[in-house]
Design a protein around this ligand. Structure first.
Ligand SMILES: Nc1ncnc2c1ncn2[C@@H]1O[C@H](COP(=O)(O)OP(=O)(O)OP(=O)(O)O)[C@@H](O)[C@H]1O
Ligand SMILES: [Mg+2]
Length: 342
């Protein structure tokens, strides 16, 4: 449990303990039978940061979010929000949090207004404050034209906005948004991202996505989750630099495949070598350390061994390829990167 840390303020969301990370997850594990949906996941999120969980389907993003919002308990490990343990001090922790779940539990036969009113009442907001806040969030979320519409008649994108509106209604300091732009048309996606960015100026935000450009646009930091574990952590900018920096070289050589491969593997800066044979011609695919342009060294190594160099081409990896690379379990080599431990 949270140990000696005592929340200094009870029910005063504006005053989370200064300089303490807003969200702390420590070795969170969620097991379903023998299967670990997440396994010893640890991270810290500073107040005011916007952090993206990036990962493929089934990676464990929703599971992690459900735990830190107090919706499901972890099998082991702890999580705190603003110093409050999400299990031990669930009520206090939840007051600090607005949550947009993967599937928003909207009541389709309510109008936007009455739905938000209902949510605010559940959160025990006083009625005048609630009235003002509904006006505010309807404005912020661009729902003015739909104020009296039935939620069930709204498009997917506008329902998502209602989902965000209910999440921010009680002015939480922390927003947990599970795939906030999924299923929304491109124009609404742009608007929704802008809305999240604006909210991020004042709040701490965790959002999940499997769209790389989305994290670059919105987030200060990215945690890449794969098969229940954090496999990389970085700022989008240095992630992109790292990613762009990883080079691939394709080399065509006349010579014995295994011997050539073994020589190429020894060239400093070469991370990985694979090849395909076509008679005595082999095409080698090399992965090079970031920023390394080893064409000189590679050609010299081939020629010095008396083999024929038939072709050599440098290729850069796309972000998508790198993402796959980072989340690939087969080759853990240099690609699996843990940037800065928590
Ligand atoms: N209640 C449950 N019982 C059994 N397994 C579960 C349960 N909830 C989630 N899982 C499994 O845990 C793993 C992680 O699921 P999770 O929903 O966290 O993934 P995700 O990263 O959010 O994926 P997506 O991008 O598809 O939303 C998956 O393999 C999923 O099938
Ligand atoms: Mg999910």
């Amino acid at each position: 449990m949270a140990g000696s840390r005592q929340p200094r303020t009870r029910g005063a969301p504006r005053d989370a303990t200064p300089r303490e990370p807003m969200i702390v997850a420590a070795q969170l594990t969620k097991a379903y039978g023998n299967f670990h949906a997440i396994d010893e996941v640890s991270f810290q999120i500073e107040k005011g940061q916007t952090v993206g969980f990036l990962g493929p389907n089934g990676a464990g993003k929703t599971t992690t979010m459900r735990i830190i919002t107090g919706f499901v308990p972890p099998t082991s490990g702890t999580a705190t929000i603003g110093g409050y343990d999400v299990v031990e001090n669930s009520r206090e922790a939840r007051k600090l949090v607005g949550y947009l779940p993967e599937t928003v539990p909207l009541y389709t036969d309510m109008s936007v207004k009455s739905y938000l009113n209902f949510v605010g009442t559940l959160r025990a907001m006083n009625s005048r404050h609630l009235r003002n806040r509904i006006d505010d969030v309807v404005d912020v979320c661009g729902l003015n034209d739909y104020y009296h519409s039935y939620v069930g008649r709204l498009s997917k994108g506008y329902r998502q906005r209602v989902g965000i509106a209910q999440a921010i209604l009680h002015e939480p300091q922390v927003l947990i948004l599970d795939e906030p732009t999924i299923g929304i048309d491109p124009i609404q996606v742009v608007e929704t991202r802008q809305l999240i960015k604006d909210l991020g100026e004042e709040n701490t935000i965790v959002l999940s996505t499997h769209i790389l450009p989305e994290v670059s646009m919105i987030c200060d930091r990215v945690l890449i989750i794969h098969e229940g574990q954090i496999v990389a952590e970085d700022t989008p900018r240095s992630l992109a630099e790292r990613l762009q920096g990883v080079e691939r070289l394709s080399v065509e050589v006349q010579g014995p495949g295994d011997q050539v491969a073994s020589v190429l593997r020894k060239v400093p800066g070469v991370m990985n070598v694979s090849y395909s044979e076509e008679g005595d011609r082999n095409t080698f695919r090399l992965q090079l350390r970031r920023g390394a342009d080893l064409r000189d060294e590679i050609s010299r190594a081939i020629i010095e061994n008396g083999w024929g160099l038939l072709g050599l081409q440098l290729e850069s990896m796309s972000l998508e390829e790198i993402f796959l690379k980072l989340t690939t379990t087969e080759d853990t080599g240099e690609a699996t990167y843990q940037g800065g431990n928590n």
